[in-house]
Design a protein around this ligand. Structure first.
Ligand SMILES: Cc1cc2nc3c(=O)[nH]c(=O)nc-3n(C[C@H](O)[C@H](O)[C@H](O)COP(=O)(O)OP(=O)(O)OC[C@H]3O[C@@H](n4cnc5c(N)ncnc54)[C@H](O)[C@@H]3O)c2cc1C
Length: 280
């Protein structure tokens, strides 16, 4: 099926884009790389009157350092991060995450903001940005707000974005030189969405310690007790501790799913400890 007719505009700058979204009165959608919106339009699950292409807006294609945090423009593509186009992101967790999203054709066009706004529970940026305690810079014709990732995704495909709003950028606290992380996802085939996923980040300098599991029924869930214990002991938690943490964070999951999540989580923590690299 093909999309129903819609107007397409590529604004010259952010202000014009925000004006078009404001005038669209909720019937106009921003478009990033169209890797999720495109299929939604073709299936007629989305039928906006107009689409505003924000994929090339200059201020949304940059990575800068502001007040000790990284500011990643919302229209930066997965491939640009994978390729190390931005020196600040080379060798980081983000570069690893980007390289594992879908396959290259999707990464060439898909954007960080588009992925977050789409809010697929299994999406990689949704998990990684939650683990990194990212804050989203959300702009509209009437102003700007910074929203923590944990208050952004309200459920599967549901976010706190309001009509006329755009994710202009993502702000991430900079980690210390000795920070360690792990990122693991279980997929049936390479390039597919994850069936279970886990991201863990530890920065002894700042005391930052997060373990987050994804590919759940809604938003990713943090396991703060497990993260604190792992940061303190540096030892892998027992199977019972892992199962208890997962049961508390994702009570709706059945035994098979819980086992899959537990295996993914354990592999992620082994990666943090470097076991996987040693045995590779
Ligand atoms: C075959 C296939 C496999 C995939 N596999 C994976 C995978 O393994 N892991 C993964 O994480 N993702 C996967 N994806 C999704 C991919 O990462 C997309 O890039 C992403 O979901 C959407 O990004 P986009 O820039 O293309 O957004 P679009 O498709 O352009 O937009 C998606 C939604 O976000 C809104 N939007 C876009 N930009 C903004 C903005 N700046 N501010 C506010 N709202 C905005 C749109 O209105 C729309 O509602 C896959 C996609 C495909 C087609």
């Amino acid at each position: 099926m093909k999309a129903a007719l819609f107007d397409y505009t590529r604004p010259a700058d952010l202000q014009q884009g925000l004006q078009l979204l404001a005038e669209g009165a909720g019937d106009t959608k921003p478009m990033g790389g169209s890797q999720s919106l495109g299929p939604m339009l073709n299936l007629r699950l989305a039928r906006p009157r107009a689409v505003v292409d924000v994929s090339r807006l200059p201020g949304m294609r940059e990575v800068t350092v502001e007040a000790g945090a990284l500011r990643i423009g919302g229209s930066v593509t997965h491939a640009e991060i994978e390729d190390g186009v931005f020196p600040e992101l080379r060798g980081t967790l983000l570069q690893t995450v980007a390289a594992g999203i879908a396959y290259r054709a999707v990464r060439n066009r898909g954007t960080v903001a588009g992925s977050l706004a789409h809010a697929d529970p299994a999406a990689d940026w949704v998990l990684a940005m939650t683990a990194l305690a990212a804050r989203l810079e959300i702009v509209s014709a009437s102003g700007k707000r910074l929203l923590p990732m944990e208050r952004f995704m309200l459920g599967a495909y549901t976010t706190a974005l309001e009509a006329g709003e755009l994710i202009a950028a993502v702000h991430i606290p900079r980690l210390g030189a000795d920070a360690r992380w792990g990122y693991t996802k279980f997929c049936r085939k390479p390039g597919e969405f994850a069936e279970a996923s886990c991201c863990a980040v530890f920065d002894a300098d700042s005391g930052f310690a997060r373990i987050v599991i994804g590919a759940l029924d809604g938003a990713p869930r943090a396991l703060p007790g497990l993260a604190a214990a792992f940061a303190a002991s540096g030892a892998l938690p027992s199977r019972d501790e892992v199962q208890a943490a997962i049961a508390a964070a994702a009570p709706g999951k059945d035994a098979v799913d819980r086992k899959l999540i537990a295996a993914t989580l354990r592999r992620c923590l082994e990666e943090v400890l470097g076991h996987e690299k040693e045995s590779a």
